[in-house]
Design a protein around this ligand. Structure first.
Ligand code: GLU
Length: 440
């Protein structure tokens, strides 16, 4: 039974970077007919907010990434305490009292001497009396996991064979001096308790994975399959971390990006398969293979979402757009014809209102005309309003007869006169939608 999880900390909204993590884990679970858990990593009471919990759920809902259950770390503190006790009993957890400033100083010294800034384990040398004195002076210490200084290896689903020398990694703090359990321990306990079989996360977690494999072993467990996806960069390869704040799913949603556009791009970007617009989540599941992804940073350009969004909309049947079309003010009896006319010409749903305003109010046909005399002549040859399906052909035939123009020289000035644009919907479909006679 495949079990995956998406484990955001509710300290912010989902952005394009962690969407990838959510999507990959969701796709793996759905492809295998397994379970997808939404796990809220909310052990930090100061930074975790209910508003973000709601926001994360809303964003996943919007995308259709359904979860089978929700787990909250803040409700599992007892389990983490038990695990900590077990590690203490096994001699794998030790108390360390250095302040952040002291640790910083140690790191600087090591770096100055050209050594890796790995925690020196000074706390392992403290005897009980010294610890009691430090505890009295400084309060409880932080609890560090004593790594077994061997190589930690695993077959990564994306990165291939990974081998990390544990001696080059600091013993991770699992519990802070104030008693707060940190992610490194909580995640291990959850992944084992919940039977998680596959963990996909960003490559910024590779070192965590190494330590977590040892912690799992120390608790008597094997580990899930790990895969670490590359991190996203901007189109020029620039770091995206600072911009992620503006690339939240809610911003993209507000900008009119369609879920299937976003999902289709993210399910393929950075893989050796081409990006293909998918019509449904099922198709996305079908075409997904995590092993096709590469280790190199993945370039993301938010502009790529726009043509995909336009294509998603163009392919939508009227029924799927009816509510939006009504909301744009289009009367019900005209709505299907309205959609048939413009479906290839909407960039986002927000364009619906603009098209309807044009059809309802019309525009000054002479405004900006390159050839006002020609447009004036054409206006004199208009069929009677309301226009029907033949009106465009009747009109352009009459203009052609009167002026001798044909082809683009005939059609383009008329299109521009009616719509104000050089490109757009089929004019024969536009005319019957015009609520007022064309005038200028
Ligand atoms: N809360 C962690 C994060 O958002 C989860 C990482 C993981 O998937 O284990 O980075």
């Amino acid at each position: 039974m495949t079990v995956t999880r998406f484990a955001p900390s509710p300290t912010g909204y989902i952005h394009i970077g962690n969407l990838r993590t959510a999507l990959f884990n969701w796709l793996i679970a759905r492809k295998a007919g397994g379970t997808f858990i939404l796990r809220l990593d909310d052990t930090d009471p100061l930074r975790s907010k209910e508003e973000y919990v709601d926001g994360i759920k809303e964003d996943l809902d919007w995308l259709g990434l359904t979860w089978d259950r929700v787990e909250r770390q803040s409700e599992r503190l007892d389990r983490y305490a038990e695990a900590a006790d077990a590690l203490r009993a096994a001699g794998r957890l030790y108390e360390a009292f250095e302040t952040p400033t002291e640790l910083d100083l140690k790191r600087k010294k090591q770096l100055n001497m050209g050594r890796p800034p790995v925690y020196d384990r000074a706390a392992l040398g403290l005897d009980e009396a010294e610890k009691a004195r430090l505890r009295a002076e400084r309060g409880g210490g932080a609890w560090r996991f004593k790594l077994d200084q061997a190589r930690i290896e695993w077959a990564d689903g994306i990165l291939g064979h990974i081998s990390i020398d544990a001696a080059s990694v600091s013993d991770p703090v699992l519990i802070r001096g104030d008693g707060q359990v940190l992610y490194t321990l909580a995640s291990v306990v959850d992944d084992t308790d919940m039977g998680v079989t596959h963990v996909v996360r960003g490559s910024d977690h590779v070192t965590n994975t190494a330590t977590q494999i040892q912690i799992m072993a120390a608790l008597g467990h094997g580990h899930p399959d790990f895969a670490h996806h590359s991190l996203l960069t901007g189109p020029q390869g620039e770091a995206l971390s600072k911009r992620l704040g503006t690339l939240s799913l809610r911003d993209l949603r507000a900008a009119g990006i369609e879920p299937m556009a976003l999902l289709s791009l993210m399910a393929r970007l950075g893989s050796s398969d081409p990006v293909e617009l998918r019509g449904s989540l099922d198709e996305l599941v079908e075409g997904f293979d995590v092993t096709r992804f590469g280790a190199a940073p993945t370039k993301f350009d938010e502009e790529d979402l726009r043509p995909l969004t336009a294509r998603v909309l163009a392919a939508r049947p009227y029924e799927a757009m009816a509510d939006d079309i009504r909301a744009a003010g289009v009367p019900d009896d005209m709505a299907p014809a309205f959609w048939a006319a413009i479906h290839d010409n909407v960039r986002t749903r927000a364009d619906l209102a603009g098209w309807w305003a044009l059809f309802r109010d019309g525009r000054d046909a002479l405004a900006g005309a390159e050839d006002p005399a020609f447009v004036k002549t054409a206006l004199g040859l208009l069929p009677a309003h309301p226009y029907g399906p033949e009106s465009w052909d009747l009109w352009t035939d009459a203009v052609k007869d009167a002026t001798g123009r044909k082809g683009k020289a005939l059609f383009m000035p008329l299109r521009k006169a009616v719509t104000g644009q050089a490109r757009g919907p089929e004019m024969a479909r536009v005319l019957p939608l015009l609520q007022k006679p064309i005038s200028g």
